[in-house]
Design a protein around this ligand. Structure first.
Ligand SMILES: O=C(O)CCC(=O)C(=O)O
Length: 319
C-alpha cells in the first residue's frame, strides 16, 4: 500500500468532541480504493491458514457453531505487511496526530475483527487501556469497517464520557441486538470510508451481528492504535517483568547470562502456550521486539527509549 492522505482534516469541533465525549465519528475520511485494499488484506488475515497465529480468537454464537462466529486477531501488523503498510503509511496516522495534537506519532498495534453472522456475538463492553502496557493521554484507537455497518451489522457502541470516569460498572456488559442499552451508550452506524476514533479509557463494545441478508456479507473491521508524545511504558508487574527488572539490575555477568537464558526460555514457553509452535515456528522481527519490551522496558520510559521499543512501536510521523 503506498503512502496516502486522508480525504479531509478533522474539524476543530470534531477534535473537541473526541476529548469531551471520548470518541468521535468522522464521516468520509478514507478513499474507496484504500478501503477496498484494506478489505482484501483483512480477508487474507482471517484466512484459515493464519488461524494458528498467536492471539487468534474465535467466539461462537451461544446458539451453536452454525449460528455465526466472532473472530479476532491481535497485532496482525507484526506479521502481515499490507496491514503494516496501511498503519504506517496509510491515511489514519495524520488524522490521529491532528486529534491528539502530538508532534511524534508511533504505531502501537492493531486488532482485526470479523463478525460472521447472523448470530455472531457482539464485543462485550470493555476499556482498551486495561490491556495496554502504557500510560498517558495522547492515545487514539481508530476503528474502521470495510463495508457498511447498520444497526443489525454489529455496529460499535460507545458510552459517552466514561474515559474520564473510574466506574467499572458497565465493563463486561453484553449488548443484545434488540435490548435496551445503558444510559449514555451511543450506537454508531457507519458507511465505508468513515472512521471512529476513541480514547483508550472509553467503555465501548459492539452489538451482535443480526443481519439476515443472503449476500454472505460479514462485518470486517480494523482497530488501529497510535501513541503520541506523552505515552510511557507502564506494565503491571508479572513474573516476566519481575525477572527482567532483576536482570537489568544484576551486576554479576554470570547472573546476567543465567537470567537472560531463563528469560528466553520462559518467553518461549509462554509463546508456546498461545501459538502452535510446530505449525508456526518463526517469530517475526516485530513480534520479537514486542516480546522483548515486556521484560526489557522499565515503567515510565518513553516508547523509543530502547531498541525493542523502537522496533515494536514504529515511528509513523515526526516534525
Ligand atoms: O469491532 C468490534 O467489535 C470491537 C472493536 C473494539 O473493541 C476496539 O476497536 O477497541
Amino acid at each position: 500500500m503506498t503512502a496516502c492522505q486522508p480525504m479531509r482534516n478533522p474539524t476543530p469541533d470534531e477534535i473537541e468532541c473526541f476529548w469531551r465525549n471520548g470518541y468521535v465519528h468522522l464521516p468520509k475520511m478514507v478513499s474507496e480504493s484504500t478501503i477496498s485494499r484494506l478489505g482484501d488484506a483483512l480477508r487474507s488475515v482471517f484466512a484459515p491458514e493464519h488461524q494458528s497465529k498467536p492471539f487468534f480468537v474465535s467466539d461462537q454464537s451461544p446458539e451453536g457453531p452454525s449460528a455465526g462466529r466472532a473472530l479476532s486477531h491481535f497485532n496482525t501488523f507484526h506479521w502481515d505487511n499490507t496491514v503494516f503498510d496501511f498503519i504506517t503509511t496509510g491515511p489514519l496516522a495524520q488524522t490521529a496526530a491532528q486529534v491528539l495534537a502530538t508532534t511524534h506519532l508511533r504505531a502501537f498495534g492493531d486488532h482485526a475483527f470479523l463478525k460472521e453472522g447472523p448470530g455472531a456475538p457482539g464485543t462485550p463492553f470493555h476499556r482498551d487501556s486495561r490491556y495496554f502496557p502504557v500510560s498517558g493521554n495522547q492515545m487514539a484507537v481508530c476503528w474502521l469497517a470495510t463495508g457498511p455497518v447498520c444497526r443489525t451489522q454489529a455496529p460499535m457502541v460507545y458510552v459517552k464520557g466514561t474515559h474520564i470516569e473510574s466506574s467499572e460498572d458497565l465493563v463486561g456488559f453484553k449488548a443484545d441486538a434488540a435490548g435496551a442499552l445503558p444510559k449514555d451508550a451511543r450506537v454508531i452506524e457507519t458507511a465505508p470510508g468513515d472512521l471512529i476514533i476513541h480514547h483508550p479509557r472509553l467503555i465501548h463494545g459492539s452489538l451482535p451481528y443480526a443481519h439476515h441478508d443472503l449476500s454472505g456479507e460479514h462485518r470486517q473491521a480494523l482497530s488501529v492504535r497510535y501513541c503520541g508524545d506523552d505515552i510511557r511504558w507502564q506494565n503491571p508487574m508479572n513474573s516476566l517483568s519481575r525477572l527482567g527488572a532483576r536482570w537489568r539490575s544484576s551486576k554479576s555477568r554470570t547472573n546476567r547470562r543465567r537470567r537472560s537464558r531463563l528469560i528466553q526460555g520462559l518467553s518461549r514457553l509462554s509463546r508456546g502456550r498461545d501459538a502452535n509452535l510446530s505449525r508456526e515456528p518463526l517469530e517475526t522481527v516485530r513480534q520479537k521486539a514486542f516480546r522483548d519490551c515486556h521484560f526489557l522496558m522499565k515503567n515510565g520510559e518513553a516508547l523509543d527509549a530502547r531498541e525493542c521499543g523502537r522496533g515494536a512501536f514504529p515511528l509513523v510521523l515526526s516534525p
